[in-house]
Write a protein that binds this ligand. Structure first.
Ligand SMILES: Nc1ncnc2c1ncn2[C@@H]1O[C@H](COP(=O)(O)OP(=O)(O)OP(=O)(O)O)[C@@H](O)[C@H]1O
Length: 239
C-alpha cells in the first residue's frame, strides 16, 4: 500500500535520508522512531510529495507525486498551517470540494465532534490555538477517507481527550485496512498500537521490528532503541 524504495534525500551537505527501504501494508500501523534530526520528517515530507528526492515511492501502486497517489493519502504535518482567513468549517468544505467527498457534512460533523472542535466551527484559522490547529489539520486529512495516512508527530500539542480520541481513530482506521505511518520520538505515545517499528538513526533505518517479532523473542524495543541511538541501555520511558 505504501512502498518506499531507496529513498535518498540530501540538503546541501546533509544526507537526511540514506537509501531508506520499507513498506507499510494495509491494516498496519508503522512507526518511524528516532532521535531529533534522525530524518523522520524528511522521509514523511518526501512521501507526501513535498520534497525532491532520489528513489521511488508508491502509494497504492502509484508514484507518490501523481494525482492518483495524492487522492489516496492524507498527510498531517508536524506544524499545522491553517489558512488564516478561512473558518474551521470552511477548511473542511474546501477539502470536501477539492476531493469531491460524498456526504461530507456528516463526516465533517463526526470528525469535529470527535476532536472537540464542534463549537469552534466559525472560528478563523488565525484565531485557533496551536492545539486547535493540530486538531483541524487531523480533521482535514481524514475527511477524504484516505487509504494511506502519514502523520508527523501527530500527538504533540494535543490535549488528553484528543490524544485518546486520535489513538481510537487510528485503531479504527487500521481495522478498515488503512496503511498508517506515524513519526515520533516518543515511543510511549505509540506503545499500545504500533505493528511495525522502523528505528531511524543518522538518516538510515537501523532496525525494523514487528510487534509479533518483539513478542516472540521477548526483545525490549526501548532498549533496542537506546542501543542503536546511544549505544546504551536505560529504563526511561521517553525516547
Ligand atoms: N530544510 C532543511 N535544510 C537543511 N537541512 C535540513 C532541512 N530540514 C532538515 N534538515 C536536516 O536534515 C536532518 C534530518 O532532519 P529531520 O527534520 O528530517 O529530522 P527528524 O528526525 O524529523 O527530527 P525531529 O525529531 O527533531 O523533528 C537534520 O540533520 C536536519 O538538520
Amino acid at each position: 500500500m505504501l512502498e518506499v524504495l531507496d529513498l535518498t534525500k540530501k540538503y546541501r551537505n546533509t544526507l537526511a535520508n540514506d537509501h531508506l527501504n520499507f513498506r507499510v501494508e494495509p491494516g498496519e500501523i508503522a512507526v518511524l522512531i528516532g532521535p531529533n534530526g534522525a530524518g523522520k520528517s524528511t522521509a514523511i515530507k518526501c512521501i507526501a510529495g513535498l520534497l525532491r528526492f532520489n528513489g521511488n515511492i508508491a502509494v497504492c501502486g502509484h508514484p507518490n507525486k501523481t494525482l492518483e497517489a495524492k487522492r489516496s493519502f492524507g498527510y498531517i504535518p508536524e506544524i499545522p498551517a491553517p489558512i488564516e482567513t478561512l473558518t474551521v468549517y470552511e477548511h473542511l468544505e474546501f477539502i470536501a470540494r477539492a476531493y469531491k467527498v460524498e456526504n461530507w457534512k456528516d463526516k465533517a460533523r463526526d470528525l469535529l465532534e470527535r476532536m472537540e472542535l464542534d463549537d469552534k466551527r466559525k472560528k478563523l484559522g488565525k484565531e485557533l490555538s496551536k492545539g486547535m490547529q493540530q486538531k483541524l489539520s487531523i480533521c482535514c486529512a481524514l475527511l477524504p477517507e484516505p487509504r494511506v495516512i502519514l502523520m508527523d508527530e501527530p500527538l504533540i500539542g494535543l490535549d488528553p481527550h484528543a490524544i485518546k480520541e486520535l489513538k481510537t481513530i487510528l485503531i479504527e482506521l487500521r481495522e478498515k485496512g488503512c496503511a498508517i505511518l506515524v513519526s515520533t520520538h516518543m515511543l510511549d505515545s505509540v506503545r499500545e498500537f504500533w505493528d511495525k517499528a522502523l528505528i531511524m538513526m543518522n538518516g538510515q533505518i537501523a532496525a525494523v521490528r514487528t510487534r509479533a517479532e518483539i513478542e516472540s523473542t521477548g526483545e525490549d524495543l526501548e532498549q533496542l532503541f537506546f542501543e542503536i541511538t546511544e549505544g546504551t541501555q536505560t529504563g526511561g520511558a521517553v525516547l
